[in-house]
Design a binder for this molecule. Sequence first.
Ligand code: 5CA
Length: 463
Amino acid sequence: MRLSRYFLPVLKETPAEAQIASHRLMLRAGMIKQASAGIYSWLPLGFKVLRRIERIVHEEQQRAGHIPMLMPTLQAADLWRESGRYDDYGEEMLRIRDRHDRDMLYGPTNEELITDIFRSHVASYRDLPMTLYHIQWKFRDEVRPRFGVMRGREFYMKDGYNFDIDKDAAVHAYNRHMVSYLRTYERMGLQAIPMRAETGPIGGDLSHEFLVLADTGESEVFYDSAITDLSLGDRQVDYDDWDECAGIVQEWTTPYARTDDTHDDSLFNEVPEDRRRTRRGIEVGQIFYFGTKYSEPMGATVQGPDGKAVPVHMGSHGIGVSRLVGAIIEANHDDRGIIWPEGVTPFHVGLVNLKPGDPEADRACEKLYQAIADLGLETLYDDTDERAGGKFATMDLIGLPWRITVGPRGLKHGVVELTCRRTGDNAEMSPDEAVERIAEIYAPHHGREIAEPMARRSFHTWL
Ligand code: 5CA
């Protein structure tokens, strides 16, 4: 993409209404614009990051064998009356009446809708286990929407629902979700720590939240620092293997890690003192097992092996897709701007032409642009007439992890400059070498979905 033809409305001034770094930087980098309180338009750069995150979520869900679908944002109130949540949910639910005076609502979550789909079409235990998910906009009329996309009223969420024959099978689904979430966040360059959680309006008695450590997080968190040494890395996981998934869950849930909701001082004090940490965190996901809370009142039963009808055991599992954009920035920025992890960056490379109009510089840039495109990677090419200082400031603000700077002076010696946004390290090299370096850097991220086998049971393509 050429910057001269793109829409990147960066702001020079720091917007007064933004209290935290991610909100400020998203506004300044031209990623979002507030439409009304807690509701945002996603401008091209922000939309690109949202899509990258969404794609990672889809790939990891499908790797775990979960089936994508799409449910609407507007729902009929009657379904929520069946589960009893229409009255319970309270002020956070946006209630709407249509022209026929029917009560509708903008979905804050989808347990009822999915349970209705399930009961209409599935009748036998032979069709289980099954996990369906979608990524869709939600609305919660938060009292205090704030921090930009981090606590919005309208927000984008992946929500998945498992249907299993009994508790043991549903606990495996819970474990499988925990493992696939760990992988999902790692691919985004994040460490998200699973912490025991309250279940709130979703219900049930087993739940974990995933928290990204950041000073601006809304929750206070208490943990054993040993948990931050854990990583899945390239570990291949068989998502159908109950013991393997349970083993990984055990590994991640043994060190103490809780939010202020579930914190227990006496247990925390058993952690060796030098490993006890108290910090703040951003909740980027939550998983629940709630058994038959919805299936029983709504009559979602299947015929078991003995011919008897039994209510299915369910759980639901959410990832805050739009919140993640803010959370990633909270965990990755400096005083000059955003620093995107390679896995989610909107463009892989920023290409700065210091002298547009100079035939040598133009030719070198075009060649680099093409060579990077041939790798299947995207470049944002600053071909504008702005002065060098302004170009660098914009690139630093929007946070592309790698920048190639091309100018007539360097080209005389056959070199361009490759700069790492995170460390500020600069190196001169030939344009060919720069392309090679870029290829190496992105190899572990790019095409990963092709290189690694998906879950054996199902592989549904997306896009
Ligand atoms: N039905 C369950 C699981 S699908 C559910 O709704 N879970 S939740 O309430 O925990 O939401 C899932 C995730 O959505 C949260 O972990 C959080 O990351 C994100 N989220 C929740 N509320 C907001 C909000 N107001 N703004 C942005 N993201 C939000």
